[in-house]
Design a protein around this ligand. Structure first.
Ligand code: AVI
Length: 323
């Protein structure tokens, strides 16, 4: 029987605090985790369906064609385990792996973790229909808080999935700290499967974040609209422009919103933010990696690289690391 429980941690106070801290900072910045409200989830779905956004198809190619090999790595140790997915999204990719693990009659419990409560509700509604034998519990909130929660729920060995190039939304130093902190929560023999978008033709990368239909533009602007909706802001969206760039030397793809004029924006009754003409808000990083960068990251965090799974174009890698 499925155990289905939603754990919702809506944190408007934190959203307001982070928004004000980011907009009062010099230079201005936002945290891309706030992109994912109901509208943002929908726009992100459109991004994943875009021709230019090659990442989704690339990782889907790995998950749909190499599930057996992935399942073999996971089941090399026979004991029951918890499969914990950080940033599960709609699980369209991981469902292939879940199906394979169920077909192999392995004993496991699935904990999808996502910052979006809509995503967790959707998974709890749809996964039990698609995978009737799956034992699962959705956890809504920040990765680490929820991962800690999952480690408190059981002491089974852990297999952590962190796919979709979500690690790319941290800069290199943050990614190193993240991997170290993750390793601290895991024990000997636990496994991490982590997805990286690889460095490649710079134009191809830039097009994925500066698409011809302006979907990524809407994705970024939606965060301003979310501030208007939830924090009583008065951003005029037409006064901001999306700008993306990719630096092939560092592998950093960054997106910004540029203020098109000198303007003031109110947030709630008591906060006013001043924007100079051409001032930018740093919105998001999507860091790209070489294979050497990836192995160095594993080693610096204390993981042992076990195996790399590539898509047929070698655009993307799902790396398997062990504690
Ligand atoms: C979720 N994350 C891996 C996406 C990325 O590619 O950085 C988010 C995204 N932002 C714009 N397009 C996609």
């Amino acid at each position: 029987m499925n155990t289905v429980t939603t754990e919702t941690t809506t944190n408007k106070v934190q959203f307001l605090a982070d928004t004000l801290a980011g907009l009062q900072a010099e230079p201005k910045r936002m945290h891309s985790k706030y992109f994912y409200d109901e509208v943002g989830d929908h726009i992100f779905q459109q991004i994943m369906d875009m021709e230019e956004y090659y990442l989704t198809d690339a990782e889907m190619d790995i998950l749909s064609h190499q599930t057996e090999e992935l399942a073999n790595v996971i089941s090399a140790q026979e004991s029951p385990f918890d499969l914990i997915e950080l940033g599960a999204g709609d699980a369209t990719k991981s469902i292939h792996l879940l199906q394979e693990l169920l077909d192999k009659k392995l004993e496991f419990y699935y904990f999808p973790i996502d910052i979006s409560d809509h995503v967790i509700s959707y998974l709890e509604e749809t996964l039990p229909e698609k995978l009737p034998n799956l034992q699962m519990k959705g956890l809504n909130g920040d990765y680490f808080e929820m991962l800690k929660r999952a480690t408190e729920i059981s002491d089974r060995r852990k297999v952590v999935l962190f796919m979709g190039a979500n690690i790319g939304n941290m800069n290199v130093a943050e990614a190193a700290d993240f991997c170290k902190a993750l390793k601290e929560l895991l024990s000997n023999g636990d496994i991490l499967i982590i997805g990286f978008d690889l460095k490649k033709n710079p134009q191809q990368i830039l097009s994925a974040y500066n698409d011809s239909q302006g979907i990524t533009r809407s994705f970024n602007l939606n965060l301003l609209q979310r501030i208007n909706r939830e924090l009583d802001g008065d951003f005029q969206l037409e006064n901001f422009e999306h700008y993306a760039n990719y630096d092939p030397e560092t592998g950093a793809c960054k997106s910004y919103l540029i203020s098109l004029k000198d303007q003031h924006v109110n947030i709630g009754d008591s906060q006013t933010i001043h924007f100079k003409e051409n001032e930018y808000i740093f919105m998001e990083i999507s860091q790209k990696y070489s294979l050497q960068d990836i192995d160095e990251l594993a080693q610096s965090a204390g993981f042992k690289p076990v195996q790399n799974f590539f898509d047929e174009n070698q655009y993307f890698v799902d790396a398997v690391w062990k504690v």
